[in-house]
Design a protein around this ligand. Structure first.
Ligand code: ADP
Ligand code: MG
Length: 385
């Protein structure tokens, strides 16, 4: 019991309330694609300033052609990125803080949400010339670790998995579907590859290869992975000595999630969601929307068990975790409906409250005797007064 108290005191004195309890929601507008330009489409979205998005509505097609604007709608987010935003801008604003928190033994999650073609994979993975959040986060992580210690005290493990059609697959070592099991850390995919990473250089190639392993829809051969969810998990483990010279093990986990295209799960209210069940839509994405609705409404029961994705992300949504959502949108009027739905979804996600994010730490060695513990406890209590 004393040991537990020591841990608690250490946590309180070293980390005075740094865990926030709100999901941060960002919007990223991508540039108009060549194809969209050629199809004669125009921009119906404008990023007004660092936070505000304006979506233009037109009465109907003819009004649009005459460029008669009907009315628009404003949305405000924690930040809104114009099409000129760089990968670095997006990483620094959305995820850099989470990487820092993971290095203190906290959990963090970043989701990209949006219709197929809206820029989710570009934001998460990016290209070799313009690497995205996944790669920049790992690069930053290694830089920060190097700055902190030169004794190889930190271990970084990566796993990359996919949820497609309610089956979970290992993207780093494709093979049979993985089974989800409950253990003391929560729900885990049994047998998932934990790749020990030593530098950034190897990671991009690894992730590119992993992405090639993502499931391609048989019916839409040219459109890769629009129904598969990809999750990269980065686990950082290290030992520190706390104020009372106990050796503690700290573990921080960062989950970076490239969600399936949202176009077939547009419902934002429970009734529409239910009517969509059974239709050929993405069950995991629907379940995610249901969980978010339940969390927003403060319900006691959150239906995490309804899908593989929500089981895997349980601790990212309602648990003690720093969570970030990036809603990706296209500027084209041809995607007006999808953009509107994504913005509504993102607007709703702003209302989710999470539990305060705590440090995950386990005591490695305990002081010699009970009396030592009691002494230490007294000293710590004095310090805290
Ligand atoms: P999604 O994963 O949401 O289906 P992608 O990330 O594959 O969409 O993006 C669709 C296309 O648009 C890709 O060719 C991608 O390179 C391009 N793209 C997306 N976002 C940007 C951006 N911010 N800047 C430049 N090109 C982008
Ligand atoms: Mg994609």
């Amino acid at each position: 019991k004393n040991v537990q108290e020591l841990e608690r005191l250490e946590t309180v004195s070293e980390n005075p309330g740094t865990g926030r309890s709100r999901i941060l929601v960002f919007v990223r507008l991508r540039p108009l694609a060549k194809k969209e330009k050629e199809a004669g489409s125009r921009c119906c979205v404008r990023i007004l300033n660092r936070r505000d998005v304006y979506l233009t509505e037109f009465a109907h097609e003819n009004d649009y052609l005459r460029l008669k604007r009907l009315r628009g709608r404003h949305f405000t987010f924690d930040a809104s990125f114009p099409d000129s935003a760089t990968q670095q801008d997006v990483y620094l604003t959305t995820t850099a803080e989470l990487v820092e928190a993971v290095l203190q033994g906290r959990n963090g999650s970043v989701f990209c949400y949006g219709a197929t073609g809206a820029g989710k994979t570009y934001t998460m993975l990016g290209t070799v010339e313009n690497p995205g959040v996944m790669v920049l986060a790992i690069k930053d992580l290694f830089t920060k670790i190097r700055r902190r210690s030169s004794d190889g005290n930190h271990a970084v493990h990566l796993s990359y998995l996919e949820v497609y059609n309610e089956t979970v697959r290992d993207l780093l070592s494709p093979g049979r579907p993985l089974v989800l099991r409950e253990d003391k850390q929560g729900i885990v995919a049994a047998g998932l590859t934990q790749y020990r990473a030593y530098s950034t250089d190897e990671v991009m190639a690894l992730l590119q290869q992993g992405n090639l392993n993502r499931t391609t829809e048989p019916t839409r051969v040219n459109e890769t992975s629009s129904r598969s969810h990809a999750i990269l998990q980065v686990v950082v483990e290290y030992r520190v000595k706390d104020a009372s010279m106990n050796v503690v093990n700290r573990v921080g986990k960062l989950s970076l999630i490239d969600l399936a295209g949202s176009e077939r799960a547009l419902a934002t209210d429970q009734r529409t969601l239910r009517s969509l069940e059974g239709a050929n839509i993405n069950r995991s994405l629907l379940a995610l929307s249901s969980c978010i609705n339940a969390l927003v409404e403060g319900k006691k029961h959150i239906p995490y068990r309804n899908s593989k994705l929500t089981q895997l992300l349980k601790d990212s949504l309602g648990g003690a975790c720093n969570t970030v959502m990036i809603a990706n949108i296209s500027p084209s009027n041809l995607s007006f409906g999808e953009t509107q739905n994504t913005l509504h979804w993102a607007d709703r996600a702003k209302e989710i409250r999470t539990k305060a994010c705590e440090v995950n730490e386990e005591l490695q060695q305990v002081p010699e005797s009970e009396t030592d513990q009691a002494k230490l406890l007294l000293e710590l209590q004095k310090e805290n007064r």
